[in-house]
Design a protein around this ligand. Structure first.
Ligand code: ARG
Length: 569
């Protein structure tokens, strides 16, 4: 049973009985029903001011009239408070319906499949070739991964794109440096680090030897012209970078459906440029071609440089169109740092000016910066934390904690990996995405705070309770779940469908992260206050059922944000 629907029907019938009108249908009432922040205000609340216009009465009068004599078998009582109708569900019925609904729906609990038949393209991680993954990439990678899972959960077809930064004059310089000082085996063994060294050396030496820059330009021209040697080296650089990145993606359990990066659009930009020209959108500006965005308060979008070179936005225009043509998306999301806000506003505006009304379906999912133990990161000043190092350190620290807390645990390495990675991911997804993050070890790995390990530990605790209990054949007595601590667990479970839907609608995985903490805290309180293995079988069955629902929901919610949930830890 879905309480909101039943209550909506009840309200509609009562309005009709009292006022002889039907201003809203039940389906319109359902989204207006709130879950009050405080239990004292009931399990559900309906704000009557939504009716005052149609009924031409003040909200408190409406709520008084509707509350009077309102009854249903699942209701404890109904109160009218200042224009709100507060519904108190009968405690046992509430527990029964919520826990049963959660367990019956299994891993689909909370999804209304509203995305069935729709497609979302997600551009996330989108790393740059010949650069190492640093912790600045953690947010785009993990927010994108979480959104991918959340959209799929709601029935969408998701397409994950790693829009590789694999185009630009720096790659000409890298080849020049490689030809001068590099050798195959060193780069093959050292990976991206070796490529970065070559690039740094190139820039240092080019200061005294300007001819080097010509060499770099020459090699870039050769890449552009499709010269086999240039392409071979360039593609090899790409493969080496991706191999390094793949190790991190594997640790994080992150995947992509496409690695079409910037260079993929080399032959797809001309039609876009022609189209801009044909629509009269291109303007000449000191030899360069721009789209004027002044009327919208933005600097011009630079489409072609005076030397004919294309730019980041030119590639993004081609990419946006390609994605629409290829995937026919209903939504196209770009999970990119807020620093690129202007770029995306320009991009979407140009798409609009080109007459593509699907520009409305494009969205920049922006997020804040990451700093490390109070220090901003800076490549130039050498303050840089690589993601792979961070994850490996986290796994080591988790390993040490396990050794101390659970010396007898089997498979310590696998569990340490799950906890170590999960702690970092959880930390990255804990605050609303637009906020800056400051990473601190003691906050990420604390087993008692609002952390990944705390939630994972609670999940493992539930599993352990269930393992020890074994099968329980008795019918659950839901009156055993009428106490405040049990009811709080039930209420949190009941909130999940709303939380998941909000996370989807706002592209905000942190809502789910926070939910896992609420559920873990509620369960732990229940666990300290209530013994599960009591003699009363009906009571035991009910408490076990609640425990099972929590275990499964914690696992599912963690999965949605990209975090594994070990059964033992
Ligand atoms: N590679 C870019 C960067 O590191 C991010 C690309 C984002 N995606 C896009 N379609 N522009 O800044």
């Amino acid at each position: 049973m879905d309480f909101k629907s039943s209550i909506a029907q009840l309200i509609v019938d009562k309005i009709q009985a009292v006022f002889s009108v039907r201003p809203l249908e039940p389906a319109e009432i359902v989204p207006l029903i709130e879950i009050p922040p405080d239990t004292a205000m009931g399990d559900y609340a309906f704000p009557c001011f939504r009716l005052s216009r149609a009924l031409r009465k003040a909200p408190p009068m409406i709520s008084d009239a509707l509350a009077d004599g309102l009854q249903a078998d699942y209701l404890g009582h109904v109160a009218s408070v200042k224009g709100y109708l507060n519904f108190f569900i009968d405690r046992a019925t509430f527990a029964d319906k919520v826990v049963t609904a959660c367990l019956d729906a299994g891993s689909r609990y909370g999804s209304d499949m509203s995305g069935a038949g729709k497609t979302v393209v997600l551009d996330y991680s989108s790393i740059n070739i010949a650069k190492r993954f640093h912790i600045g990439h953690l947010s785009t990678t993990m927010i994108g991964n979480a959104l991918y899972r959340i959209y799929e959960f709601f029935g969408w077809k998701a397409v994950g794109v790693n829009h590789l930064g694999d185009w630009g004059t720096q790659f000409g310089k890298m080849i020049a440096a490689y030809k001068r000082w590099g050798d195959h085996d060193t780069v093959a063994a050292g990976g991206v680090d070796e490529m970065v060294k070559l690039y740094v050396r190139f820039n240092a030496e080019a200061k005294d030897d300007p001819a080097l820059n010509d060499e770099g330009r020459m090699w870039f021209k050769r890449i552009e012209d499709g010269d086999p040697e240039a392409l071979e080296i360039f593609n090899w650089f790409k493969a080496v970078t991706l191999k390094d990145a793949e190790r991190v993606y594997e640790l994080l359990d992150v995947h992509f459906d496409s690695y079409a990066g910037e260079s993929f659009y080399n032959d797809k930009m001309q039609p876009v440029i022609d189209e801009l020209e044909a629509r009269g959108l291109l303007k000449e500006d000191q030899g360069a071609k721009i789209v004027d965005l002044e009327p919208w308060g933005m600097p011009p979008a630079l489409i072609l440089r005076s030397d004919g070179a294309t730019l980041y936005i030119t590639r993004d225009l081609a990419a946006a169109k390609y994605r629409k043509d290829t995937y026919d998306f209903d939504k196209s999301l770009y999970v990119v740092a807020y620093q690129q806000d202007l770029h995306f506003r320009q991009l979407f505006k140009v798409l609009e000016l080109m007459g593509y009304d699907w520009y409305r379906d494009c969205e920049h999912v922006a997020f804040g910066m990451v700093s490390y133990e109070g220090q901003t990161l800076s490549t130039r000043e050498g303050r840089i934390v690589y993601l792979e190092d961070l994850l490996n350190t986290s796994i080591e620290k988790a390993r040490a904690i396990i050794e101390e807390k659970s010396p007898d645990l089997e498979d310590k390495d696998a569990v340490a990996r799950q906890i170590g990675v999960g702690a970092v991911v959880f930390f990255a997804l804990y605050n609303s995405r637009i906020k800056d993050i400051d990473f601190w070890w003691d906050r990420a790995l604390n087993f008692d705070g609002e952390t990944g390990p705390y939630v994972m530990y609670t999940h493992a605790r539930c599993r352990s309770v269930l393992r020890k209990a074994g099968e329980c054949a008795a019918a659950p007595d839901f009156n055993a779940l009428a106490d405040p601590a049990s009811q709080e667990v039930v209420r949190v479970i009941d909130r999940f469908p709303d939380v998941a839907r909000n996370a989807l609608n706002r592209n905000e995985p942190s809502l789910i992260t926070r939910f896992t903490v609420d559920l873990a805290q509620a369960y732990n309180k229940f666990y300290y206050e209530n013994k599960v293995m009591v003699d009363d079988e009906g009571m035991r069955a009910a408490r076990l059922m609640l425990t099972k629902a929590v275990a499964e929901l914690l696992k599912k919610a963690l999965w949605l944000i990209g975090i594994p949930a070990p059964d033992r830890m």
